[in-house]
Write a protein that binds this ligand. Sequence first.
Ligand code: PMP
Ligand code: GLN
Length: 377
Amino acid sequence: MNPVFSDLPVTVFETMSRLAREHCAINLGQGFPDDPGPEDVREVAATALRDGYNQYPPMMGLPSLRVAIAAHYGRHQGLDLDPETEVMVTSGATEALAGAIFALVAPGDEVVLFEPMYDAYLPLVRRAGGVPRFVTLKPPHFRIDEDALAAAFSEKTRLVILNNPLNPSATVFAEADLSLLAGFCRRFDAVALCDEVWEHVIFDGARHRPLMALPGMRERTIKIGSAGKIFSLTGWKVGFVMAAPHLMRALARAHQFLTFTTPPNLQEAAAYGLAKDEAYFTGMRAGLARSRDRLAAGLADLGFTVLPSAATYFLSLDIGEADDVAFCETLVREHGVAAIPVSAFYETGGVRNLVRFCFAKTDATLDAALDRLAGYA
Ligand code: PMP
Ligand code: GLN
């Protein structure tokens, strides 16, 4: 048989996590927290598993979870969602992204992508036959430029994919940027696929503003959330999709043929967890902000230039004239710390001087990484 080649790229998270294992490095690359997640939520999942939530649940998700999702986003973000027609459960945000692209993008359709972009977007868009149109966001502010939007949007624009808060830059889009984008979506009759998995992991008193809540966006926005980020349980892969019924019908068709359902015990636990009070969310954010500050201060003490982090599990270093890929290779091989070169999130190049670190780790892990980095500063 002829060898089979795939033009799908290897994700940077897999590459760096493999290197981290090979070199017994401290893995501050791929974003997953040391925190074991809320015990009560895990307990609900365990009990549900033991007590028989083990057969196919309904295709759209357990009714209890869909009701909990609608109530959660009503309480936290003022959204008014009908759990019957506007909410669906997927196997992680990743499936929701793939499904939305699969459902909506036909060959030749243009898709506006903001770089840096989460690594799943572009391969999926290309496989669907979509034509990517890039808008490049630059450090340190990663603001959206109106001229760049005007150059990217056209009559062929079908979809725009926005990640807010933005991984890897750890920034939150300003209301003005969201309004600008909403205006373009309305003008070109485009659908916004809004990856908001980091909506609760947001620091320093900031509030998340869903694109869906902007004027004229309710009918044309697909909003995606993830239980993995809300409960610090990234392996759980329970995603939430919210959209107006006319969009949801198309998304549900795709979901049928991708995974059809998501483990019911995890859905039951997510439904329980989404009802948690404000203290849980405040505590989760405060713990992560403390870790962010510890790593940022340690890196600054070593002489590195640390960019601000307003959200996510990440902060970035500006390494000046050095190349980020070479920097990360040396760091993991010779100093035993894995990080992510931010150029992996840019397609058109231009930004090669940022290195992303995950700070969602115990103090001991962060301090051990800082000790190793001292040799590199
Ligand atoms: N989108 C973004 C921006 C992410 O950072 C991640 C993972 N951290 C995902 C999607 C994937 O989420 P899930 O694990 O729920 O598939
Ligand atoms: N979202 C995580 C990150 O940005 C990684 C997810 C993955 O491994 N695909 O690090």
